[in-house]
Design a protein around this ligand. Structure first.
Ligand SMILES: Nc1ncnc2c1ncn2[C@@H]1O[C@H](COP(=O)(O)OP(=O)(O)OP(=O)(O)O)[C@@H](O)[C@H]1O
Ligand SMILES: [Mg+2]
Length: 464
Protein backbone atom coordinates (compact mmCIF):
# COMPACT_ATOMS: atom_id res chain seq x y z
CA UNK A 1 0.00 0.00 0.00
CA UNK A 2 2.76 2.36 1.04
CA UNK A 3 4.62 1.43 -2.09
CA UNK A 4 1.53 2.32 -4.13
CA UNK A 5 1.34 5.75 -2.53
CA UNK A 6 4.97 6.31 -3.29
CA UNK A 7 4.26 5.43 -6.89
CA UNK A 8 1.41 7.95 -6.87
CA UNK A 9 3.56 10.73 -5.45
CA UNK A 10 6.22 10.02 -8.03
CA UNK A 11 3.91 10.36 -11.05
CA UNK A 12 4.41 13.43 -13.17
CA UNK A 13 0.68 14.18 -12.88
CA UNK A 14 0.92 14.36 -9.12
CA UNK A 15 4.01 16.54 -9.21
CA UNK A 16 2.36 18.81 -11.70
CA UNK A 17 -0.79 19.13 -9.59
CA UNK A 18 1.36 19.76 -6.51
CA UNK A 19 3.12 22.55 -8.35
CA UNK A 20 -0.20 24.02 -9.50
CA UNK A 21 -1.50 23.71 -5.96
CA UNK A 22 1.48 25.59 -4.54
CA UNK A 23 1.07 28.36 -7.10
CA UNK A 24 -2.67 28.40 -6.45
CA UNK A 25 -2.28 28.66 -2.68
CA UNK A 26 0.34 31.37 -3.04
CA UNK A 27 -1.93 33.43 -5.24
CA UNK A 28 -4.97 32.86 -3.05
CA UNK A 29 -2.84 33.83 -0.05
CA UNK A 30 -1.62 36.95 -1.82
CA UNK A 31 -5.18 37.93 -2.78
CA UNK A 32 -6.50 37.37 0.74
CA UNK A 33 -3.58 39.25 2.27
CA UNK A 34 -4.29 42.12 -0.08
CA UNK A 35 -7.98 42.05 0.83
CA UNK A 36 -7.05 41.93 4.52
CA UNK A 37 -4.73 44.86 4.20
CA UNK A 38 -7.31 46.80 2.25
CA UNK A 39 -10.20 46.17 4.65
CA UNK A 40 -9.19 45.41 8.23
CA UNK A 41 -5.88 47.21 7.85
CA UNK A 42 -7.54 50.21 6.28
CA UNK A 43 -10.11 50.35 9.06
CA UNK A 44 -7.35 50.27 11.66
CA UNK A 45 -5.46 53.02 9.95
CA UNK A 46 -8.59 55.11 9.63
CA UNK A 47 -9.43 54.60 13.30
CA UNK A 48 -5.97 55.72 14.34
CA UNK A 49 -6.35 58.70 12.06
CA UNK A 50 -9.69 59.67 13.63
CA UNK A 51 -8.36 59.28 17.15
CA UNK A 52 -5.34 61.38 16.34
CA UNK A 53 -7.55 64.11 14.90
CA UNK A 54 -9.73 64.08 17.98
CA UNK A 55 -6.74 64.31 20.28
CA UNK A 56 -5.52 67.24 18.23
CA UNK A 57 -8.96 68.89 18.51
CA UNK A 58 -9.03 68.46 22.28
CA UNK A 59 -5.50 69.76 22.61
CA UNK A 60 -6.56 72.85 20.70
CA UNK A 61 -9.57 73.12 22.95
CA UNK A 62 -7.26 73.06 25.94
CA UNK A 63 -5.10 75.80 24.55
CA UNK A 64 -8.11 78.02 23.87
CA UNK A 65 -10.46 77.26 26.74
CA UNK A 66 -8.29 75.50 29.26
CA UNK A 67 -9.19 72.39 31.25
CA UNK A 68 -12.80 73.48 31.56
CA UNK A 69 -13.18 73.49 27.80
CA UNK A 70 -11.72 69.97 27.49
CA UNK A 71 -13.88 68.75 30.37
CA UNK A 72 -16.95 70.16 28.71
CA UNK A 73 -16.23 68.55 25.34
CA UNK A 74 -15.30 65.22 26.91
CA UNK A 75 -18.54 65.17 28.90
CA UNK A 76 -20.59 66.07 25.87
CA UNK A 77 -19.01 63.54 23.56
CA UNK A 78 -18.99 60.76 26.18
CA UNK A 79 -22.73 60.86 26.40
CA UNK A 80 -23.48 59.87 22.82
CA UNK A 81 -23.19 56.20 22.01
CA UNK A 82 -20.81 56.41 19.07
CA UNK A 83 -18.28 53.82 20.18
CA UNK A 84 -15.79 56.55 21.06
CA UNK A 85 -13.92 56.37 24.34
CA UNK A 86 -12.95 59.34 26.45
CA UNK A 87 -11.35 59.67 29.82
CA UNK A 88 -9.91 62.59 31.70
CA UNK A 89 -8.01 61.93 34.92
CA UNK A 90 -6.27 63.97 37.50
CA UNK A 91 -2.49 63.83 37.59
CA UNK A 92 -2.89 61.20 40.30
CA UNK A 93 -4.87 59.02 37.97
CA UNK A 94 -8.34 59.60 39.41
CA UNK A 95 -11.16 59.66 36.86
CA UNK A 96 -12.63 63.14 36.33
CA UNK A 97 -14.86 62.66 33.30
CA UNK A 98 -15.49 60.34 30.35
CA UNK A 99 -17.30 57.12 29.48
CA UNK A 100 -14.64 54.74 30.83
CA UNK A 101 -15.65 53.69 34.31
CA UNK A 102 -12.20 52.69 35.50
CA UNK A 103 -8.77 53.91 34.59
CA UNK A 104 -7.03 51.06 32.77
CA UNK A 105 -3.63 49.98 34.06
CA UNK A 106 -2.10 50.20 30.62
CA UNK A 107 -2.25 53.96 30.74
CA UNK A 108 0.35 56.31 32.20
CA UNK A 109 3.30 54.11 31.63
CA UNK A 110 4.71 56.84 29.50
CA UNK A 111 3.69 60.46 28.97
CA UNK A 112 1.76 59.66 25.88
CA UNK A 113 1.27 56.84 23.41
CA UNK A 114 -0.96 54.18 21.90
CA UNK A 115 -2.32 51.25 23.84
CA UNK A 116 -5.03 48.61 23.70
CA UNK A 117 -6.92 47.08 26.60
CA UNK A 118 -10.07 45.17 27.49
CA UNK A 119 -13.03 46.89 29.03
CA UNK A 120 -16.62 46.04 29.78
CA UNK A 121 -19.52 47.41 27.81
CA UNK A 122 -23.03 47.48 29.20
CA UNK A 123 -25.58 45.63 27.11
CA UNK A 124 -29.24 44.84 27.65
CA UNK A 125 -28.32 41.49 29.19
CA UNK A 126 -25.37 42.59 31.29
CA UNK A 127 -21.81 43.44 30.35
CA UNK A 128 -19.64 42.28 27.51
CA UNK A 129 -15.88 42.42 27.27
CA UNK A 130 -14.74 44.61 24.38
CA UNK A 131 -11.37 45.81 23.28
CA UNK A 132 -10.37 49.42 23.03
CA UNK A 133 -7.62 51.17 21.19
CA UNK A 134 -6.69 54.50 22.68
CA UNK A 135 -4.20 57.32 22.56
CA UNK A 136 -3.38 58.92 25.87
CA UNK A 137 -1.54 62.11 26.49
CA UNK A 138 -0.66 64.28 29.41
CA UNK A 139 -2.14 67.72 29.20
CA UNK A 140 0.06 70.64 30.32
CA UNK A 141 -1.52 70.57 33.76
CA UNK A 142 -0.51 66.93 34.14
CA UNK A 143 -4.07 65.79 33.70
CA UNK A 144 -4.21 62.70 31.48
CA UNK A 145 -6.48 62.66 28.48
CA UNK A 146 -7.43 59.32 26.92
CA UNK A 147 -9.16 59.23 23.55
CA UNK A 148 -9.95 56.03 21.73
CA UNK A 149 -12.43 53.72 20.07
CA UNK A 150 -14.16 50.47 20.75
CA UNK A 151 -12.46 48.21 18.18
CA UNK A 152 -14.40 45.05 19.00
CA UNK A 153 -16.29 45.04 15.67
CA UNK A 154 -13.13 45.67 13.81
CA UNK A 155 -11.41 42.85 15.63
CA UNK A 156 -14.24 40.49 14.82
CA UNK A 157 -14.12 41.56 11.22
CA UNK A 158 -10.38 40.93 11.12
CA UNK A 159 -10.88 37.54 12.76
CA UNK A 160 -13.47 36.59 10.15
CA UNK A 161 -11.11 37.52 7.35
CA UNK A 162 -8.24 35.67 8.99
CA UNK A 163 -10.40 32.59 9.53
CA UNK A 164 -11.58 32.73 5.94
CA UNK A 165 -8.00 32.93 4.81
CA UNK A 166 -6.97 29.91 6.85
CA UNK A 167 -10.06 27.82 6.00
CA UNK A 168 -9.80 28.71 2.33
CA UNK A 169 -6.18 27.70 2.22
CA UNK A 170 -6.91 24.45 4.05
CA UNK A 171 -9.80 23.58 1.72
CA UNK A 172 -7.66 24.34 -1.33
CA UNK A 173 -4.91 22.17 0.13
CA UNK A 174 -7.19 19.23 0.81
CA UNK A 175 -8.98 19.49 -2.54
CA UNK A 176 -5.71 19.97 -4.38
CA UNK A 177 -3.96 17.01 -2.78
CA UNK A 178 -7.08 14.86 -3.15
CA UNK A 179 -7.52 15.86 -6.78
CA UNK A 180 -3.84 15.35 -7.49
CA UNK A 181 -3.93 11.87 -5.97
CA UNK A 182 -7.11 11.01 -7.85
CA UNK A 183 -5.88 12.12 -11.28
CA UNK A 184 -2.50 10.52 -10.67
CA UNK A 185 -4.18 7.28 -9.67
CA UNK A 186 -6.26 7.32 -12.86
CA UNK A 187 -3.18 8.09 -14.92
CA UNK A 188 -1.20 5.38 -13.18
CA UNK A 189 -3.96 2.86 -13.68
CA UNK A 190 -3.99 3.49 -17.40
CA UNK A 191 -0.21 3.37 -17.63
CA UNK A 192 -0.34 0.08 -15.72
CA UNK A 193 -2.94 -1.25 -18.16
CA UNK A 194 -0.70 -0.35 -21.08
CA UNK A 195 2.30 -1.94 -19.36
CA UNK A 196 0.31 -5.11 -18.69
CA UNK A 197 -0.88 -5.27 -22.29
CA UNK A 198 2.62 -4.83 -23.68
CA UNK A 199 3.92 -7.51 -21.32
CA UNK A 200 1.36 -10.02 -22.53
CA UNK A 201 2.16 -9.10 -26.13
CA UNK A 202 5.86 -9.59 -25.48
CA UNK A 203 5.05 -13.03 -24.09
CA UNK A 204 3.80 -13.98 -27.54
CA UNK A 205 0.16 -12.91 -27.71
CA UNK A 206 0.51 -10.86 -30.87
CA UNK A 207 -3.24 -10.35 -31.14
CA UNK A 208 -3.28 -8.37 -27.88
CA UNK A 209 -3.84 -4.60 -28.07
CA UNK A 210 -3.39 -1.60 -25.79
CA UNK A 211 -6.56 -0.48 -24.01
CA UNK A 212 -8.11 2.63 -25.59
CA UNK A 213 -10.58 4.63 -23.49
CA UNK A 214 -12.08 6.58 -26.37
CA UNK A 215 -11.36 9.98 -24.85
CA UNK A 216 -8.66 10.74 -27.45
CA UNK A 217 -6.38 12.20 -24.80
CA UNK A 218 -2.62 11.80 -25.02
CA UNK A 219 -2.63 8.31 -23.50
CA UNK A 220 -5.33 7.23 -25.93
CA UNK A 221 -3.35 8.58 -28.84
CA UNK A 222 -0.26 6.80 -27.61
CA UNK A 223 -2.21 3.55 -27.25
CA UNK A 224 -3.70 4.01 -30.70
CA UNK A 225 -0.37 4.48 -32.42
CA UNK A 226 1.06 1.53 -30.51
CA UNK A 227 -1.92 -0.49 -31.71
CA UNK A 228 -1.36 0.57 -35.28
CA UNK A 229 2.24 -0.48 -34.94
CA UNK A 230 1.12 -3.83 -33.54
CA UNK A 231 -1.34 -4.25 -36.41
CA UNK A 232 1.47 -3.73 -38.86
CA UNK A 233 3.78 -6.12 -37.01
CA UNK A 234 1.08 -8.74 -36.81
CA UNK A 235 0.36 -8.40 -40.52
CA UNK A 236 4.03 -8.76 -41.40
CA UNK A 237 4.42 -11.76 -39.11
CA UNK A 238 1.38 -13.43 -40.62
CA UNK A 239 2.69 -12.67 -44.12
CA UNK A 240 6.01 -14.21 -43.25
CA UNK A 241 4.41 -17.32 -41.83
CA UNK A 242 2.25 -17.59 -44.93
CA UNK A 243 5.18 -17.20 -47.29
CA UNK A 244 7.24 -19.80 -45.51
CA UNK A 245 4.40 -22.31 -45.39
CA UNK A 246 3.60 -21.56 -49.06
CA UNK A 247 7.21 -22.06 -50.03
CA UNK A 248 7.42 -25.29 -48.11
CA UNK A 249 4.22 -26.53 -49.67
CA UNK A 250 4.68 -25.44 -53.26
CA UNK A 251 8.32 -26.27 -53.75
CA UNK A 252 7.89 -29.76 -52.50
CA UNK A 253 6.08 -31.01 -55.61
CA UNK A 254 8.65 -29.85 -58.21
CA UNK A 255 11.54 -31.05 -56.02
CA UNK A 256 9.92 -34.46 -55.63
CA UNK A 257 9.45 -34.52 -59.39
CA UNK A 258 13.12 -33.73 -60.04
CA UNK A 259 14.17 -36.43 -57.61
CA UNK A 260 11.81 -39.05 -59.15
CA UNK A 261 13.08 -38.32 -62.66
CA UNK A 262 16.72 -38.50 -61.65
CA UNK A 263 16.10 -41.82 -59.89
CA UNK A 264 14.27 -43.36 -62.84
CA UNK A 265 17.00 -42.17 -65.26
CA UNK A 266 19.64 -43.77 -63.00
CA UNK A 267 17.65 -46.99 -62.89
CA UNK A 268 17.23 -47.23 -66.69
CA UNK A 269 20.88 -46.31 -67.27
CA UNK A 270 20.24 -45.31 -70.91
CA UNK A 271 22.14 -42.26 -72.25
CA UNK A 272 18.99 -40.75 -73.80
CA UNK A 273 17.18 -40.95 -70.46
CA UNK A 274 20.06 -39.21 -68.69
CA UNK A 275 19.93 -36.38 -71.20
CA UNK A 276 16.16 -36.04 -71.00
CA UNK A 277 16.25 -36.13 -67.18
CA UNK A 278 18.90 -33.41 -67.06
CA UNK A 279 16.93 -31.20 -69.47
CA UNK A 280 13.78 -31.65 -67.44
CA UNK A 281 15.70 -30.90 -64.25
CA UNK A 282 16.96 -27.66 -65.77
CA UNK A 283 13.40 -26.67 -66.85
CA UNK A 284 12.04 -27.51 -63.45
CA UNK A 285 14.84 -25.56 -61.75
CA UNK A 286 14.09 -22.55 -63.94
CA UNK A 287 10.48 -22.64 -62.86
CA UNK A 288 11.54 -23.03 -59.23
CA UNK A 289 13.79 -20.01 -59.55
CA UNK A 290 10.95 -18.03 -61.11
CA UNK A 291 8.62 -19.00 -58.30
CA UNK A 292 11.24 -18.00 -55.79
CA UNK A 293 11.83 -14.62 -57.30
CA UNK A 294 8.08 -13.99 -57.62
CA UNK A 295 7.58 -14.93 -53.97
CA UNK A 296 10.45 -12.71 -52.91
CA UNK A 297 9.08 -9.77 -54.92
CA UNK A 298 5.65 -10.22 -53.34
CA UNK A 299 7.12 -10.43 -49.85
CA UNK A 300 9.16 -7.33 -50.56
CA UNK A 301 6.18 -5.32 -51.83
CA UNK A 302 4.06 -6.41 -48.86
CA UNK A 303 6.62 -5.56 -46.20
CA UNK A 304 7.81 -2.36 -47.88
CA UNK A 305 7.04 1.04 -46.47
CA UNK A 306 4.18 2.41 -48.54
CA UNK A 307 5.18 5.32 -50.78
CA UNK A 308 8.85 5.11 -49.83
CA UNK A 309 11.49 5.13 -52.51
CA UNK A 310 8.93 5.86 -55.22
CA UNK A 311 9.81 8.19 -58.05
CA UNK A 312 7.80 10.31 -60.44
CA UNK A 313 7.06 8.08 -63.41
CA UNK A 314 4.96 8.43 -66.57
CA UNK A 315 3.00 5.18 -66.57
CA UNK A 316 1.93 5.81 -70.19
CA UNK A 317 5.53 5.15 -71.29
CA UNK A 318 5.58 1.84 -69.43
CA UNK A 319 2.21 0.87 -70.92
CA UNK A 320 3.45 1.54 -74.45
CA UNK A 321 6.64 -0.41 -73.87
CA UNK A 322 4.83 -3.45 -72.48
CA UNK A 323 2.23 -3.30 -75.29
CA UNK A 324 4.96 -3.11 -77.95
CA UNK A 325 6.74 -6.08 -76.43
CA UNK A 326 3.66 -8.29 -76.20
CA UNK A 327 1.69 -7.29 -79.30
CA UNK A 328 3.64 -9.77 -81.49
CA UNK A 329 2.62 -12.65 -79.19
CA UNK A 330 -1.04 -11.75 -79.53
CA UNK A 331 -0.67 -11.44 -83.30
CA UNK A 332 1.15 -14.79 -83.50
CA UNK A 333 -1.95 -16.38 -82.01
CA UNK A 334 -4.12 -14.57 -84.54
CA UNK A 335 -5.34 -12.02 -82.00
CA UNK A 336 -4.50 -8.40 -81.25
CA UNK A 337 -3.18 -6.12 -78.50
CA UNK A 338 -4.41 -2.55 -78.84
CA UNK A 339 -3.72 0.48 -76.72
CA UNK A 340 -5.80 3.58 -75.91
CA UNK A 341 -3.73 5.83 -73.70
CA UNK A 342 -4.88 9.37 -72.97
CA UNK A 343 -1.66 11.37 -72.69
CA UNK A 344 0.69 11.34 -69.72
CA UNK A 345 -0.12 9.30 -66.64
CA UNK A 346 2.04 10.82 -63.96
CA UNK A 347 2.32 8.76 -60.81
CA UNK A 348 4.84 8.08 -58.09
CA UNK A 349 6.05 4.56 -58.64
CA UNK A 350 8.79 2.01 -58.61
CA UNK A 351 9.27 1.74 -62.38
CA UNK A 352 10.34 -1.88 -62.42
CA UNK A 353 7.60 -3.16 -60.13
CA UNK A 354 4.89 -1.24 -61.99
CA UNK A 355 6.16 -2.64 -65.31
CA UNK A 356 6.17 -6.13 -63.78
CA UNK A 357 2.57 -5.72 -62.59
CA UNK A 358 1.37 -4.57 -66.02
CA UNK A 359 3.31 -7.38 -67.69
CA UNK A 360 1.64 -9.92 -65.37
CA UNK A 361 -1.80 -8.64 -66.44
CA UNK A 362 -0.95 -8.78 -70.14
CA UNK A 363 0.54 -12.24 -69.63
CA UNK A 364 -2.73 -13.40 -68.02
CA UNK A 365 -4.78 -11.87 -70.83
CA UNK A 366 -2.63 -13.73 -73.38
CA UNK A 367 -2.94 -17.00 -71.44
CA UNK A 368 -6.58 -16.95 -70.37
CA UNK A 369 -8.17 -14.30 -72.58
CA UNK A 370 -8.69 -16.04 -75.88
CA UNK A 371 -12.06 -15.09 -77.38
CA UNK A 372 -14.12 -18.32 -77.48
CA UNK A 373 -15.27 -17.76 -81.08
CA UNK A 374 -11.81 -17.24 -82.62
CA UNK A 375 -9.55 -18.89 -80.03
CA UNK A 376 -7.27 -15.87 -80.18
CA UNK A 377 -6.81 -13.15 -77.54
CA UNK A 378 -8.13 -9.64 -78.16
CA UNK A 379 -6.50 -7.41 -75.61
CA UNK A 380 -7.07 -3.73 -74.93
CA UNK A 381 -4.67 -1.76 -72.76
CA UNK A 382 -5.98 1.66 -71.61
CA UNK A 383 -4.65 4.47 -69.49
CA UNK A 384 -6.78 7.41 -68.26
CA UNK A 385 -6.84 10.12 -65.66
CA UNK A 386 -9.96 9.92 -63.50
CA UNK A 387 -10.11 12.68 -60.90
CA UNK A 388 -7.10 12.33 -58.63
CA UNK A 389 -6.22 8.90 -59.96
CA UNK A 390 -4.41 7.41 -62.89
CA UNK A 391 -6.33 4.33 -64.03
CA UNK A 392 -4.63 1.59 -66.03
CA UNK A 393 -6.81 -1.22 -67.38
CA UNK A 394 -6.02 -4.46 -69.21
CA UNK A 395 -9.13 -6.03 -70.76
CA UNK A 396 -9.69 -9.25 -72.69
CA UNK A 397 -12.71 -11.03 -74.18
CA UNK A 398 -12.08 -14.45 -72.67
CA UNK A 399 -14.08 -16.38 -70.12
CA UNK A 400 -13.42 -13.91 -67.32
CA UNK A 401 -13.46 -14.61 -63.59
CA UNK A 402 -16.70 -15.25 -61.70
CA UNK A 403 -17.49 -12.48 -59.18
CA UNK A 404 -17.05 -14.78 -56.16
CA UNK A 405 -13.50 -15.66 -57.27
CA UNK A 406 -12.26 -12.14 -57.87
CA UNK A 407 -10.94 -11.61 -54.29
CA UNK A 408 -9.59 -15.10 -54.10
CA UNK A 409 -7.39 -15.04 -57.23
CA UNK A 410 -5.36 -12.21 -55.70
CA UNK A 411 -4.04 -14.57 -53.04
CA UNK A 412 -0.79 -16.45 -53.46
CA UNK A 413 -0.81 -19.73 -55.40
CA UNK A 414 -4.47 -19.49 -56.27
CA UNK A 415 -5.28 -20.78 -59.75
CA UNK A 416 -8.78 -21.45 -60.99
CA UNK A 417 -9.53 -25.01 -62.07
CA UNK A 418 -10.14 -24.14 -65.71
CA UNK A 419 -6.62 -22.68 -65.96
CA UNK A 420 -4.74 -25.74 -64.79
CA UNK A 421 -3.85 -26.70 -68.37
CA UNK A 422 -1.78 -23.50 -68.76
CA UNK A 423 1.63 -23.02 -67.12
CA UNK A 424 1.75 -20.79 -64.06
CA UNK A 425 2.13 -20.66 -60.29
CA UNK A 426 -0.81 -18.50 -59.27
CA UNK A 427 1.54 -15.73 -58.17
CA UNK A 428 1.05 -13.12 -60.93
CA UNK A 429 -2.01 -11.39 -59.48
CA UNK A 430 -0.61 -11.59 -55.92
CA UNK A 431 2.36 -9.59 -57.08
CA UNK A 432 0.04 -7.10 -58.80
CA UNK A 433 -1.90 -6.71 -55.54
CA UNK A 434 1.33 -6.31 -53.56
CA UNK A 435 2.67 -3.69 -55.96
CA UNK A 436 -0.58 -1.72 -55.77
CA UNK A 437 -0.49 -1.81 -51.98
CA UNK A 438 3.07 -0.51 -52.00
CA UNK A 439 2.00 2.33 -54.25
CA UNK A 440 -1.03 3.25 -52.22
CA UNK A 441 -3.31 2.16 -55.04
CA UNK A 442 -5.72 -0.73 -55.57
CA UNK A 443 -6.61 -3.52 -57.99
CA UNK A 444 -10.17 -3.92 -59.22
CA UNK A 445 -11.31 -6.96 -61.20
CA UNK A 446 -14.35 -6.29 -63.38
CA UNK A 447 -16.55 -8.04 -65.85
CA UNK A 448 -15.64 -6.89 -69.40
CA UNK A 449 -18.87 -8.47 -70.72
CA UNK A 450 -17.50 -10.81 -71.84
CA UNK A 451 -14.01 -11.25 -70.48
CA UNK A 452 -11.99 -9.78 -67.67
CA UNK A 453 -10.92 -6.21 -67.06
CA UNK A 454 -8.26 -5.61 -64.43
CA UNK A 455 -7.96 -2.01 -63.30
CA UNK A 456 -4.97 -0.58 -61.50
CA UNK A 457 -5.94 2.63 -59.71
CA UNK A 458 -2.99 4.78 -58.62
CA UNK A 459 -2.95 8.18 -56.97
CA UNK A 460 -1.87 10.84 -59.46
CA UNK A 461 1.30 12.78 -58.99
CA UNK A 462 0.71 16.29 -60.30
CA UNK A 463 4.24 17.72 -60.33
CA UNK A 464 5.76 15.61 -63.10
N1 LIG B 1 -7.50 -12.63 -67.89
C1 LIG B 1 -7.95 -13.67 -67.20
N2 LIG B 1 -9.06 -14.34 -67.60
C2 LIG B 1 -9.50 -15.39 -66.91
N3 LIG B 1 -8.95 -15.85 -65.78
C3 LIG B 1 -7.86 -15.24 -65.33
C4 LIG B 1 -7.31 -14.11 -65.99
N4 LIG B 1 -6.25 -13.68 -65.28
C5 LIG B 1 -6.11 -14.53 -64.24
N5 LIG B 1 -7.08 -15.45 -64.25
C6 LIG B 1 -7.27 -16.51 -63.27
O1 LIG B 1 -6.64 -16.13 -62.05
C7 LIG B 1 -5.68 -17.08 -61.65
C8 LIG B 1 -4.55 -16.40 -60.95
O2 LIG B 1 -3.80 -15.60 -61.87
P1 LIG B 1 -2.29 -15.33 -61.58
O3 LIG B 1 -1.79 -14.42 -62.61
O4 LIG B 1 -2.17 -14.92 -60.16
O5 LIG B 1 -1.62 -16.76 -61.70
P2 LIG B 1 -1.24 -17.58 -62.98
O6 LIG B 1 -1.39 -16.75 -64.18
O7 LIG B 1 -2.03 -18.83 -62.91
O8 LIG B 1 0.26 -17.93 -62.70
P3 LIG B 1 1.52 -16.92 -62.84
O9 LIG B 1 0.99 -15.60 -63.17
O10 LIG B 1 2.18 -17.02 -61.55
O11 LIG B 1 2.34 -17.48 -63.97
C9 LIG B 1 -5.29 -17.74 -62.94
O12 LIG B 1 -4.79 -19.04 -62.68
C10 LIG B 1 -6.60 -17.77 -63.68
O13 LIG B 1 -7.38 -18.85 -63.24
MG1 LIG C 1 -0.51 -14.86 -64.33
Amino acid sequence: MQHNYWKLFRTSTFRLSALYLAVFILSVGAILAYIYWNTAGLLERQTDETIRAEVQGLADQYRIRGLAGVLDTVRRRSSDDSGSIYLLTTPEGVRVAGNLVTVPDEIAVENSGWTEFAFNVKTSTGTEPHRARVYYTELPGDNVLVVGRDIEDMRQFATIIRNTLITGTLIALVLGIGGGLLTSRNFLRRVDAITDASRSIMQGDLSGRMPVKGTSDELDRLAQSLNQMLDQIERLMRGMQEVSSNVAHDLRTPLTRIKARAESALRSGADGDFKAALEQTIDESDRLLQTFSALLSIAKTESGQPREGLQPVDAAVILNEVAELYAPFAEDQGGSLKTAIAGELNVRANRQLLAQAITNLVDNALKYGETPATGAPEILVTGNIEGDNAVIAVSDRGRGIAPQDREHVLERFVRLDESRSKPGNGLGLSLVAGVMKLHGGRVVLEDNEPGLRVKLILPRHPSV
